[in-house]
Design a protein. Sequence first.
Length: 244
Amino acid sequence: MIGRVLRAHACAFAGDVVLLWVAVAGVVISLSVVANIPPELADAPPDVRASLTAPFATMLATYGAVLAAVYGSFRYTVDRRDGVIAQRLMSQRRGATYLARAFGAAVGGAIVALAAAAGGHTALRLAGEGLPLDWSWVAQTCVLGAASGLWGMGLGVIVQTHLVALFVVPMSLSGAVLLAIVWRDGAVYLPFLAMLEALRFDLSAVGIVPDDRLGGPIAALVAGGWVLAAVVVGGVSFVTRDVT
């Protein structure tokens, strides 16, 4: 059963309009980094340019993660609103359907994050401030996008309402960056900053100094716990609640 559902969900990627437009949004938003680069930077020494453009790696990952969460949520809420979920549950088991959607949210989230990263690198190169392409960073960005996609899907299933999810899901991640301004000790335990720390992104780009960080292993446990909780609670909600 699960194999058949996964194959059906994989075929749906070819016509996934939500994935297409969220990925396009990731590229467009990441292109905006050019506006933040002062023209005088082009004449600065290479080491100065490198130090000033380094935080863009975390910024691009942040853009991608938030949009990946939006995709994970929207992929469910749009289908629920349009009656697709109810129609498919007539021939599929709820558990298998949810697992297939979780897989799709992770893959789609990774694609969205990759699109945002590609758009940002293109923008920096067009501005003459090329950021060195680090394949380990690309992999970390994709993993962050996959985790964010799962997080967004879990919240989307819990919230259910499409427009409410549009506000709740992005704020559930980006809100940690805002909270870090006034309460860094607590903000590092929230899902997004824990994800960044677990994947070894530079948290100084979002205002977190080394003394306030959790450390890789603890951050991985915290981030994994948040994502697992969202997926499990979302799964219980999906199995037990009316989706029509």
